[in-house]
Ligand binder design. Structure first.
Ligand SMILES: [Zn+2]
Length: 407
């Protein structure tokens, strides 16, 4: 591969392999989801450069490699890795490392961890080497995995490993010099990005050159997973407030109209921080029809829906962008949603009434057998007053970010 993404044409790297699909499909919280996702996207011809090449941005299929233990140790504790990478522990539940309850041991876990981390790192490599402007790894996005233990269906902190890898990327500066890279992590999953936010949280703000900003748009309510000190409504007056570790909590029933109202906040944060790399965790558990049942987000081709938001990021922000998966517990809808996002990334959005092509998973797309994800009828509890308070609070935060970045 000698071509780079410096040409005007966008180029996409898509990470998948048979082994990755096989192993990711074993994830207990999302059994077979990986198979559905990649099969549907492949059957829709979204992974091919052969059809209408003049219309679609070019795509390269990248095989993941296995992350080494040294790479995993950049975040995870060695003791945790010694346990989960040992095949003989595939039946051993233990509270010592969170391998219990919603993160049970499973056959294949010792392969899953290095493969999923390696998949995300392979996507990062493509962006750092400028071989792609957008890289996609739908098997990544495990934003709850902690340094010492598994949590919230997540066993490996690939989002954090991606940020750590981007931090080392050299960015050309004037006069032939180099400067440190800046990475914005935007999390659109229903759940707060607790592990990622905590890893890069810095209350003292004693940074010489800030490199990482995290922003999680999520549902927050007492008792709702995950418990975190950082998931509440932002309070810039608090001494613990870090303007680069941001929470944007939404109320129940958040719909496309609410995302339309808050999108300028996300764009203002992005503009103030001016990142070189953007990571978007595209968890789809906030979409209507997800068993979590908290949000009513849609993907139905209008302003504020999830595909519209990703279209803004990949086609308007003009940053090297990594799209990761995440939550999403209605597997056919997760496959539909990530197919829509893949199509947006390629520059041509697939209509919702597109029939699901015939393939082995076809019966699971009953009763519509189309790419439509029907809207729910949940009431959007994000009132005008609430959204105005969010907007007003964030206008102050954006000024703080501008001050930090120009210091
Ligand atoms: Zn989630």
């Amino acid at each position: 591969m000698s071509e780079t993404a410096t040409s005007s044409e966008p180029r996409i790297a898509y990470v998948v392999s048979q082994e990755l699909v096989k192993i990711s499909s074993l994830l207990p919280s999302n059994k077979n989801r990986s198979f559905l996702v990649h099969s549907l996207i492949n059957k829709l011809n979204l992974l091919s450069n052969s059809t209408s090449p003049q219309e679609l941005h070019k795509i390269n299929i990248i095989s993941p490699r296995r992350a080494t233990k040294d790479e995993l140790c950049l975040y995870h504790d060695e003791e945790y890795l010694d346990f989960v990478l040992d095949e003989s522990h595939c039946q051993s539940a233990t509270s010592d490392f969170g391998i219990e309850d919603d993160c049970p041991p499973f056959s294949g876990l010792h392969n899953y961890i290095p493969l999923v981390a390696g998949a995300t790192i392979a996507a990062v490599d493509q962006l750092v080497k400028n071989l792609a402007n957008v890289a996609i790894c739908w098997d990544g996005g495990r934003h709850h995995a902690q340094k010492t233990h598994a949590s919230g269906f997540c066993y490996v902190a690939d989002c954090i490993l991606a940020i750590l890898a981007f931090k080392k990327a050299p960015i050309p500066a004037p006069m032939g010099a180099q400067r440190k890279s800046r990475i914005m992590y935007l999390d659109l999953d229903l759940h707060f990005s607790d592990a990622v936010t905590q890893c890069f949280y810095n209350a003292s703000q004693s940074r010489s050159m800030p490199q990482v900003l995290t922003l999680s748009v999520h549902y927050d309510s007492p008792g709702f997973f995950p418990p975190s000190l950082y998931s509440g409504f932002p309070d810039p007056k608090s001494e613990n407030f870090d303007p680069l570790s941001l929470s944007l909590p939404l109320q129940r029933g958040a719909s496309a109209s609410t995302y339309t109202r808050i999108w300028h906040i996300i764009e203002d944060v992005q503009g103030a921080f001016d990142p070189d790399f953007v990571i978007v965790q595209c968890g789809v558990d906030g979409l209507a029809g997800d068993p979590c049942g908290m949000f009513n987000w849609s993907i139905d081709n209008r302003e504020g829906d999830m595909a519209w938001c990703i279209d803004q990021v990949v086609n308007k922000w003009n940053r090297r962008t990594l799209l990761l998966g995440g939550g999403g517990y209605n597997s056919p809808n997760a496959a539909r949603a990530w197919a829509h996002l893949t199509s947006v990334t390629r520059g041509r959005r697939i209509p919702e009434d597109t029939p699901v092509p015939d393939h082995s998973a076809f019966p699971l797309y009953s009763p519509s057998f189309t790419l439509d994800i029907p809207k729910g009828n949940m009431i959007d509890e994000n009132t005008n007053d609430y959204l105005k308070t969010l907007t007003d609070t964030y206008s102050g935060i954006v000024k703080q970010i501008q001050e930090i970045m120009s210091a």
